[in-house]
Each structure stands twice: as structure tokens, then as C-alpha cells.
Design a protein around this ligand. Sequence first.
Ligand code: 5AD
Ligand code: SF4
Length: 472
Amino acid sequence: MSNRKAITVSPLEIEEQKHYIDELKNRIWGKGLKYHIVTYGCQMNVHDSEKLAGILNQIGYEETDEQREADLILFNTCCVRENAELRVYGNVGALKSYKQANPNSIIGVCGCMMQQNEISDYIQQTFPFVDLIFGTHNLHRFPMLLLQALDSNHTVVEVLESEGAVVEHVPVKRTKGVSAWVTIMYGCNNFCSYCIVPYVRGRERSRRPADILGEIRKLAAEGYKEVTLLGQNVNSYGKDLDEKLLFPQLLRKINEIDEIERIRFMTSHPKDLSDDLIQTMAECDKVCKHLHLPIQAGSNRILRKMNRKYSREVYMELVEKLRSAMPGIALTTDIIVGFPGETEEDFLETLSAVEQVRYDSAFTFVYSPRRGTSAAKMKEQILQSEKKQRLARLNELVNKISKEKNLEYLDRNVKVLVEGYSKNRTDILTGRTDTNKIVNFKGDTDLIGKTAMIKITEAHSWSLEGKVAETN
Ligand code: 5AD
Ligand code: SF4
């Protein structure tokens, strides 16, 4: 059942979905059915999965970490780089025998990859046992689509080609108890030449301030202490709203919400990082002194070809402004190596930019050509072996600096918001500093959700270790 169309989402649509939720509840509730969601890609996707989980919990499915035990398996996909796509094909393909053994199970594939017609067609043709395919713009219609999939012998497909209005009030099952993600805007208008996001996530749409503030007040009442505001380019928040409330003003309003102790946000585009925002970050006590500011490349020639709309010099001026307004601020970044035409000299400029800024950490990527983007059509694509070599050289430098930066924390007492137990360790607590450093330490369960003073005793590239100094 192929159903490709463009629609505008009416505000009544969530009301309509409630009807499908009731119908699903009648069928699912109390049956002990389980779901498993596999998420690829960025925080936006992780948060979308929390929304899907919220809907599934509402109708009576329970979550399981064991894929083979699940009655419903969802893959929430990412198409930013090719390797994530290849993993999706491998993992969906591996479920063929599972589906044969469990014909009543539901297998769904959703998210950014599905927004590309040729890919959703390919999934449908290659893996006919997939029951449900949907994209990013119609996630709120999941109850209706799931109901159709339960009743159909064919793959149910619905991919909306364009984004509708911002949809509110989708239930969310959040995975952490201390820190919550809150989407403040969807889409991107920037069209960096390598990036597929504007094609699959649509144009920028800001959520209304009242909806965002309402959600955060509710989170505060539920006991959350930290919020991370999400958007592809949060610095352009509000530019599309009638009500003129821009990102710095939004931060000031969130800063006033009692019980919320920390505010983080990502991602920021350097071209939209205003003096007002820097001043607001410095003045608001709850806004964490950490900024993720993707540089992507250190050479002006490559930055131009990437359509980033800033030069290395402008970026370095921003870094200076940030550090003079907030000494000690942590800076992190994204970097791509092996963009088409990147010479050894260009690459050395990326290395020198990393040395100049001295990032606390960086996400580093090998350039991956994405169909439909302008960079994919550029001549002078770089050999994979060369790209990998550059990535290794870059990572060596980034990791060395991360370790040096972390060593500066040795013997210092830092405030850590305790999030829970460290992965795979039931005796070690984990939390983060204001500057987003992960700190692991031994402590009592009742510290979870509180701020603890930790004395740092060991520093690694990725994390710090310490012991409780005092609590407040
Ligand atoms: N190839 C490699 N990295 C990419 N990114 C986005 N598109 C590509 C691509 N085609 C990286 C950018 C971006 C991060 C989320 O992913 O660095 O900031
Ligand atoms: Fe992609 Fe550039 Fe938009 Fe970031 S700002 S999502 S890199 S197009």
C-alpha cells in the first residue's frame, strides 16, 4: 500500500490520532507485548525514538532490550553518512528468518533514510517482510500507521514529501531521569554542500515559546534537573515566528524556571552566533558553559566549497569572544576530512585550526558523498584510503588535546550533576560537569539527580574519575 503524498498537518490531527490510540489500546493492552527500537544518528533521532516509545507505552507495549524477544521492532534511521545506512540494510536483512518464525510480529523502518524515495522503495523491494515504512514528517501519525500495518498483509508506506506545521503534544517516553531533550525547532535552511539534512528534515520551523516553556515546566515538575534544547541550528530559533522571540530571549525565559538547574543546547551554526547570545550565555547562571560549534574545516577554500558562510578568521574571532566572556568555557566541534578537492595543505589548515582552538573534544568524520547534495557531484573526490589516513591523523591530535585539557581538571573540585550509574557498572555513578565532562566516581544512590562536589583524581581523553568531596 504505497501512499506518497504531501499534506499539511492540521492542529486537529493529534485529536484524530487519539482515536487510533484508543483502538490500539483495545487490542494491545494487557497482552504483555514488547517493543524494541534501534536508533541511528543524532540526538534529534534519539528524541524522535522517545516519542515513538511514548506512543507504544501508551497503547500497552513494554520496552525490551532484547530484539529477538520483541513483538514489534522499529529501526529509526539516519542518512547523514553512508556507513549508518549500510548498517540499517544489514540489520533489517538479518530479520528475515525472525519474521518467518514470528509472522505476527511487526517490523518497521522509519526516519531520515525513508525520506528518500529510492531508499524506501529499495527497502520495500529488498525486504518485503517489512510491515511499515514511514518518514520524519509523519511521526505523529504512527498510531494510525501501526493500526494499518497490524491489519495489512502488505507493507504500509507513508512518506510525506514536505513538512507540515509543527505538531505538539505527542507523548514522549524519556530515557533518562535527570536530563531531558527538548526539541525547539525542526529542519534546516543552510544547505551546506555536503549535507542531506535540509532535504530530509525540511525547512526551519520553530516551536512556539509557550509550548517549549510549558514542556520544560512540566519536566521540572517531574523532577528533571537539566534540559538540552535541540535543533539543527538553534541559533536561528524564532526567526520564522510571528511572535518575535529569538534564541537568547528564549534562554533567558528558561533560565527563570525554578527546579531546572542546567540548560544545554545544540547545534549552533557559527554564522548565526550573535554577540547577544554570547552575552546571554555569560549572564544566565543555568546556561552551561559549553558550546558545540562545528567548524567542519580549517581552510577558507574548503569552507567556501562547503557553503558554510564564515571564514576561519570569523570563527576564530567568535572563539575569542566566547573565551573572553566566559573564561574556562568548553568548546567542542564537528570536523569533516576528505571533502572533495581537499589538498594536503587544506588538511594541514584543519589540523592547525584544531591546535589554535584546542577543543575539549571533537566529532570527526570522513566525508561521505550523499546523493542529491551538491558536493556529491563535485569532481576531485578523495580516495577512501587517503580520507581514512587523514581521519587517523586528526583523531590523534584531537585526542591528545582532549587529554591535556582533561588533565587541567586534576585535583580540582568540580560540581557534577549526577545522572545515574555508569554503563555496565553498578557501583560507579556518572554525571557531568557544567563544561560537559563525564565524571565517574563511587557514591550513594541518593546522589542521583543531585549536584555533588567531586574531586578529580584521574583524567582520560573521554572522561574524568574522582571521589566525592562534599554534597550540597
Ligand atoms: N559526510 C561526512 N560528515 C557529514 N556530516 C554531515 N554530512 C556529512 C557527510 N556527507 C557531519 C557534519 C555535521 C555532523 C552532524 O555530521 O560534521 O556537523
Ligand atoms: Fe547540515 Fe549544515 Fe544544516 Fe548542519 S547547518 S544540518 S551541516 S545543512
